[in-house]
Design a protein around this ligand. Structure first.
Ligand code: BG6
Length: 479
């Protein structure tokens, strides 16, 4: 049993969550710089200060033996107003990051847009509701392709576009507290898909040596029972949550079951001439996807959903998530008694998620796959001697990798694995206390302290474990 030669072992991050330097050297503000925060959590202003520590961080990644580093570019660092002016200091920063990666033979896998929309575009266009965003995004892509075509081999168009929409009624990740109707959301999704298709066309034109694909968060829905109603609910949930986004960019159409959901919920898509043709002919070279755990779905009768009570809710509360995951007329997410429970901390997880979903995607799309996120976030303890004993994380990742390998043997065409995250960074909703990294970053939730903190880096136990995994191409996973 072994992983393919040249398998892209690495890890992930995103600009807003790792960089800091939120107003340094001409960077414009993003919606994440002003996003409402849950009580007690830090902002994204200083993050893990990768902006000043990138050399040290990339050297640590090289020490782990990374073949790839999945990262994102901050649109507002390149174009402070989102369009028009180009900030040379931003271009230089990413040039240096890529240079540093290549020095160690690390292939950057670069997300063009990972949630941190330039604030100026939000103000000017109201965000993705406006088709002018297509031109703004494509213009930004042109700047990236022009400047980095020789530095970047793998581009990702959008991070988790589907989560922005699926949870977007009260936005979990973008920081929107105003209710958005389903009609607004799915029209945004359509605009975002046309924008991505145009960017893929442009990349093929401008960067013949690069490859490009999307990076949604993909799962597979397990039916709660063997009742045909639950089975159909699971199929329809997959169409709504997953296939809607990938079918569009690969087949140039939306799954038919989604139109039924649209009809029930008064969603009417404003499709312009040529949209489907543009999507159907863009041909992504691969499919990146984030996969933390699959869903389990139970049929849910249609009723008119009122989510207004969720306004300003603390979105760390899981009932908030449950409510946003309920899709009347399709199904709702429920617990799965077959998932694994960690002996160390009781954490429940689905080690089969990548294996199952990657097999499903290979069969449906026949495209190579890169796992762009997967992982386990929780608090870690930095001991006095500088060690961090994160055996729970090792156990979690080991089970995922074990099943992923079997999935590859069964035919899943996976070419890389980049779990979340290379180093600790700020969680979307839970500050810096929820840690995912192989590298510990010494800071807490206090922004004032973070401003001047040296943010020293420490190697966690998982750092040494992952180094061994990569060195042996996945043969030695430990017990
Ligand atoms: C993914 C995102 O949804 O999950 C990341 O792409 C995010 O940006 C990660 O950080 C983990 O989620 P959270 O909410 O624990 O930070």
């Amino acid at each position: 049993m072994s992983f393919p030669e040249n398998f892209l072992w690495g890890a992930s991050s995103s600009s807003a969550q790792v960089e800091g330097g939120y107003s340094s050297d001409g960077k414009g503000l993003t919606i994440w710089d002003v996003k409402p925060l849950n009580p007690g959590t830090c902002s994204f202003h200083y993050a893990s200060d990768f902006y000043h520590h990138y050399k040290e961080d990339i050297a640590l990644m090289a020490e782990m033996g990374f073949k790839a580093y999945r990262m994102s570019i901050s649109w507002a660092r390149i174009m402070p107003e989102g369009e028009g002016n180009i900030n040379q200091a931003g271009i230089d920063f990413y040039k240096n990051v890529f240079l540093e990666c290549h020095k160690y033979g690390i292939e950057p896998i670069v997300t063009i847009f990972h949630f941190d929309l330039p604030l100026a575009l939000q103000v000017k266009y109201g965000g993705w509701n406006n088709r002018s965003m297509i031109d703004a995004y494509v213009e930004y892509c042109r700047v990236l392709f022009e400047n980095f075509k020789d530095d970047v081999k793998y581009w990702l168009t959008f991070n988790e576009q589907n989560m922005l929409i699926f949870f977007g009624a009260f936005d979990m990740i973008g920081g929107i507290t105003k209710a958005q109707s389903l009609n607004t959301l799915y029209n945004q999704a359509h605009i975002q898909l046309v924008a991505q298709a145009k960017a893929i066309h442009l990349c093929h034109e401008m960067c013949p040596n690069s490859k490009i694909g999307p990076a949604p968060n993909l799962t597979t829905s397990y039916p709660k029972t063997s009742s045909p109603k639950d089975y159909l609910a699971a199929m329809n949930m997959d169409d709504l949550r997953n296939n809607f986004y990938t079918d569009a960019l690969i087949f140039g159409r939306y799954p038919k079951s989604v139109y039924k959901y649209f009809e029930m919920n008064d969603v009417v898509l404003d499709v312009h001439e040529g949209d489907f043709e543009c999507m159907g002919t863009c041909h992504p070279d691969f499919l990146g996807f984030n996969c933390y755990g699959n869903d389990t779905t139970e049929y849910l009768e249609y009723y008119k959903q009122d989510l207004s009570s969720l306004k300003n809710a603390d979105n760390r509360d899981t009932s908030y998530l449950q409510a946003l995951m309920s899709k009347p007329g399709i199904g709702r997410g429920v617990n799965n008694e077959y998932f694994k429970k960690s002996e160390i901390d009781g954490h429940i997880y689905d080690p089969y998620c990548i294996r199952v979903t990657a097999r499903r995607l290979t069969e449906r799309y026949h495209l190579p796959l890169i796992i762009t996120e997967n992982g386990y976030g929780r608090a870690d303890i930095l001991e006095d001697d500088g060690s961090v004993h994160d055996q729970y994380r090792i156990d979690h990742l080991r089970e995922m990798i074990r099943q992923m390998e079997i999935g590859i043997e069964e035919g899943a065409d996976i070419m890389g694995y980049c779990p979340w995250s290379a180093l600790d960074l700020v969680s979307t909703r839970e500050g810096i206390s929820k840690r995912y990294g192989f590298i510990y970053v010494d800071r807490d939730e206090d922004d004032e302290k973070a401003k001047t903190s040296p943010m020293k880096r420490y190697k966690k136990d998982s750092f040494y474990w992952y180094k061994k995994v990569i060195e042996t191409n996945g043969k030695e996973l430990g017990e």
